[in-house]
Design a protein around this ligand. Structure first.
Ligand SMILES: Nc1ncnc2c1ncn2[C@@H]1O[C@H](COP(=O)(O)OP(=O)(O)OP(=O)(O)O)[C@@H](O)[C@H]1O
Ligand SMILES: Cc1ncc(CO)c(N)n1
Length: 264
C-alpha cells in the first residue's frame, strides 16, 4: 500500500502550538508520514515570541538535500522563513528536486503580534516562492500587505484575493480568521471563487490556526485529494480542533489535534 508523505519547511515553536510542531501533529493525524526542515528555532509560548535563532542557509540546504535524496514528499508546506537568504535556498532546492503540491503560508507576524519575517524578505517571498506554490494562504493582515488594499468586508476579501492571485499567478486562500464575527475563507484561482464557510468558535485559544490549516491542506493534497477537497477537509479539521476546548497556557493557547485532548 502506498504511504503518503509530506514535508514541513518552517520554524520550530518550542511550546508545541505552531510551526513545525503543529505541522507534524497535523500531518500525522491526517495519516501522512511527516518530515521537517527547520528554518529557525523560536523561544515562544502562548503569550509571545521571546527569541529567534535562524539556521544558516547552508544547513537548511543540507536538510532539504537529505530529505529529497531519500524520501520524496508528496506535498510540501512552507511556513515561517525569516530571511531572503533562506527563501532563496528553498526556492533553489524545490526547483532542483521538482517538488509538487507546495502550499505556502506567507507567515509574517505571530498570533501575538511578533514579526516573523524581515521586511526586506517580503519581495524575496513573492518573487521566489509564490511562483513555485500551488496555493498561497495569507491571513487578512498578510493579504492587506500583499495587495496594498484594506480589508473590512467579504467584498474586500474578494478584491484582495483577486489582486494577489492575478499579480503572482497563483491560487490564493484568503483566511478570514481575523474578522470579528465570521471565520470564512475564500479560495481564488484563475478567475474562480469558492467560499469555505465555517462556524466561528468563541475562544482565545487560536495559537497555530494558520500553521494547522496549511499543513492539513498539504497532507490532503499528498493523499491525492483535489485542492478544493483539501481545503474543505482542512477547514473541518480546524473547526474541530478549536471546538474541542483545549485550554493551556497563560495566553492564546494551542489547538487540540484529537478529540480526547480537552479540559472543557
Ligand atoms: N475563532 C475561530 N473560529 C473558527 N475558525 C477560526 C477561528 N479563528 C481562525 N479560524 C480559522 O482558522 C484558519 C486560520 O485562519 P487565521 O486567519 O487565524 O490564520 P492565521 O492568522 O495565519 O493563523 P495564526 O494565528 O496561526 O498566525 C482559517 O480557516 C480561519 O477561518
Ligand atoms: C514557528 C512559528 N511559525 C508560525 C507561527 C505563526 O503562528 C508562529 N507563532 N511560530
Amino acid at each position: 500500500m502506498k504511504v503518503h508523505t509530506a514535508l514541513s519547511i518552517a520554524g520550530s515553536d518550542c511550546s508545541g502550538g505552531a510551526g513545525i510542531q503543529a505541522d507534524l501533529k497535523t500531518m500525522t493525524m491526517q495519516g501522512v508520514y511527516a518530515m521537517s526542515a527547520i528554518t529557525a528555532l523560536t523561544a515562544q509560548n502562548t503569550t509571545g515570541v521571546r527569541a529567534i535563532q535562524e539556521v544558516s542557509p547552508e544547513f537548511l540546504g543540507q536538510q532539504l538535500d537529505a530529505i529529497f535524496e531519500d524520501i520524496t514528499p508528496d506535498a510540501v508546506k512552507i511556513g515561517m522563513v525569516a530571511s531572503g537568504e533562506l527563501i532563496h535556498v528553498i526556492a533553489e532546492k524545490l526547483r532542483q528536486y521538482g517538488a509538487v503540491n507546495v502550499v505556502l503560508d506567507p507567515v509574517m507576524v505571530a498570533t501575538s503580534g511578533a514579526p516573523l519575517l524581515k521586511t526586506d524578505a517580503v519581495q524575496a517571498l513573492t518573487e521566489e516562492l509564490f511562483p513555485l506554490a500551488l496555493l498561497v494562504t495569507p491571513n487578512i493582515p498578510e493579504a492587506e500587505l500583499l495587495s496594498g488594499l484594506t480589508i473590512h468586508t467579504e467584498e474586500d476579501m474578494l478584491r484582495a484575493a483577486e489582486s494577489i492571485g492575478n499579480r503572482y499567478d497563483c491560487a490564493v486562500l484568503l483566511k478570514g480568521g481575523h474578522r470579528v464575527n465570521e471565520a470564512n475563507d475564500l479560495l481564488y484561482r484563475q478567475g474562480t471563487v469558492q467560499w469555505f464557510r465555517g462556524e466561528r468558535i468563541w475562544t482565545e485559544n487560536t495559537h497555530g490556526t494558520g500553521c494547522t490549516l496549511s499543513s492539513t491542506i498539504a497532507a490532503n493534497l499528498a493523499k491525492g485529494f483535489s485542492l478544493a477537497e483539501s481545503v474543505e477537509r482542512a477547514k473541518a479539521y480546524l473547526t474541530g480542533a478549536l471546538k474541542a476546548g483545549l485550554d493551556l497556557g497563560k495566553g492564546s493557547g494551542p489547538l487540540a489535534h484529537f478529540y480526547g485532548l480537552t479540559n472543557a
